[in-house]
Design a binder for this molecule. Structure first.
Ligand code: KIV
Ligand code: NA
Length: 265
């Protein structure tokens, strides 16, 4: 099979083929996700929550993102691998943003980076693009700004915010981003933005009109059973299945059932 490139994604949009994207943060999971045919693997800063147990995405560092990204890259043969620039690694000035993006590309071997925000980070995105590094945008609910908003509720319901989001999306396309994530915005706004842009939109909690969908792998597998937003479709209840399997192992050890005669040398 052919490797997915940033060009393939734009072609998928042109041909009306929806883009599938999922997160992965480590080698073993990335191997399974890639083999199952997911087009884009996102090494999201959601690793701060899922892998490290932080309440927000803010604490994860650039070094930690590079560790996750390089683990994923070693597993992937087909998917395009996009890595989040973590909070604090690009907001202070465009030069630092470029340095951070270069570190990710060089030290992990990733194919592209993702940054949260619109006009506020325009110069940084431009710099990174000028260095030949593909950039994915991220608008709507931007978890790195959680303390500015105070909640994880739906964004851009009001006209002013919706208008800014559309302008930001247009700007990101104009300066050369290859795709934009739209997180937790009304389905109708997703339809408008996706219709306006030639580059693909990838939605999460943003309805059916985006050119692709993204979910956090732990949510899709049902490993995070306390997280229940309306947009989430669970394809497994892995929390329960793992709990039963591990409980059985504990029992077998306690009962001296494991290992049995055939399971030793
Ligand atoms: O970090 C992440 O997982 C993300 C996706 C939810 C888009 O940014
Ligand atoms: Na993210």
């Amino acid at each position: 099979y052919k490797r997915i490139t940033v060009k393939s994604l734009v072609e998928m949009k042109q041909q009306g083929e929806k883009i599938s994207m999922l997160t992965a943060y480590d080698y073993s999971m990335a191997k399974i996700v890639d083999a199952a045919g997911v087009d884009v693997i996102l090494v999201g800063d959601s690793a701060s929550n899922t892998m490290a147990g932080h309440e927000t995405t803010l604490p994860i560092t650039l070094d930690q993102m590079i560790y996750h990204a390089s683990s994923v890259i070693r597993a992937v043969e087909r998917a395009l691998v996009v890595v989040d620039l973590p909070f604090g690694s690009y907001q202070s000035d465009p030069k630092e943003a470029l340095r951070s993006a270069i570190r990710i590309m060089k030290e992990s071997g990733a194919h592209a980076v993702k940054l949260e925000g619109g006009i506020e980070i325009k110069d940084s995105v431009k710099r990174i693009l000028n260095a030949g590094i593909p950039v994915m945008g991220h608008l709507g609910l931007t978890p790195q700004s959680i303390y500015k908003f105070g909640t994880y509720t739906v964004r851009a319901r009001e006209e002013q915010e919706a208008k800014k989001l559309l302008e930001d999306a247009r700007m990101l396309e104009k300066i050369g981003c290859f795709a934009v994530v739209l997180e937790k915005i009304p389905a109708e706004l997703t339809r408008v933005v996706s219709g306006e842009l030639n580059i693909p939109t990838i939605g999460i909690g943003a309805g059916a009109a985006s050119d692709g969908q993204v979910l956090v792998i732990h949510d899709l597998l049902g490993m995070t059973h306390e997280f229940n937003p309306r947009f989430l479709r669970r394809y497994m209840n892995l929390y329960e299945e793992m709990n039963v399997a591990i409980g059985q192992y504990v029992k077998d050890v306690k009962n001296k059932d494991f290992p049995n005669a055939g399971e030793q040398y």
